[in-house]
Design a protein around this ligand. Structure first.
Ligand code: ZN
Length: 243
């Protein structure tokens, strides 16, 4: 099995008819290249109500497999599904895709995006676009591409925040001697917006009645401020230097 569709129940938004419609849940572009166009124009999810003919949109998830492209998996969850349901649907779809062409299937290697973004992304090198976007060379002119570009921006911000948070956690756990190495490994710790993130973490710590944790965060914030102002060598001298 590779590309896969199944009969999915729907309730018509116009006449409330309860029917069923054959819906693509998994598309492998190597085995069904003919479906790529219907993904890019969104028609893959549109159908007419069997009772009244009103135009309807499928409410299911869609997994697209693109061997050799970056990333190889594009995943648009079912709109409104909670995370647990969405993860289970991803596992089922990845199982149906049954990729002989690559390694382990995990949600981490899939780019997760809303359906409207997937329409634009299906033909694109998402990694190259992410780089181009951060360099300011990916200009989004048409509406579909604007949504895609906005998604790339949100994804970049989220990844930046995740790296920054990982850096703060590492700094909390590091011994005094290891702090310099942590900051060198997480250069984003020296960005101005670290202040906002640490302030939010301190608020949470105080809400949770963890004053010692809040104090530890304040202390790290102070170290980072000093490093930003005076430089790493002045605040946390390299023990290897001058030997
Ligand atoms: Zn209808």
């Amino acid at each position: 099995m590779s590309s896969y569709r199944q009969s999915v129940p729907y309730t018509c938004s116009a006449c409330s008819h309860r029917g069923a419609v054959d819906t693509w849940l998994v598309v492998d572009v190597t085995d069904r290249p003919d479906l790529v166009e219907s993904i890019s124009d969104g028609s893959i999810r549109r159908f007419a109500c069997e009772a009244c003919g009103a135009r309807q949109t499928a409410t299911t998830s869609l997994l697209v497999g693109r061997p050799g492209q970056r990333p190889e998996l594009l995943w648009a969850p079912e709109p409104g599904a909670d995370q647990a349901r969405s993860q289970e649907q991803f596992r089922m779809s990845a199982f149906m895709l049954d990729r002989g062409w690559t390694g382990i299937v995990g949600q981490n290697e899939a780019a997760v995006m809303p359906h409207e973004v997937l329409y634009a992304a299906v033909n694109r090198d998402v990694d190259a676009d992410a780089t181009a976007r951060s360099n300011g060379t990916l200009l989004a002119l048409e509406a579909g591409l604007q949504r895609y570009a906005a998604w790339l921006d949100r994804r970049a911000t989220r990844r930046h925040d995740e790296r920054m948070k990982a850096g703060i956690m590492a700094l909390l756990q590091a011994t005094d001697a290891a702090r310099r190495a942590v900051i060198e490994e997480h250069p984003e710790l020296l960005d101005d917006d670290t202040e906002g993130l640490i302030a939010a973490m301190i608020d949470v710590a105080l809400d949770e009645h963890l004053p010692e944790y809040a104090d530890a965060l304040r202390q790290r914030r102070l170290i980072l401020r000093r490093v930003r102002e005076r430089g790493l060598d002045a605040v946390l001298p390299n023990p290897q230097a001058g030997r």
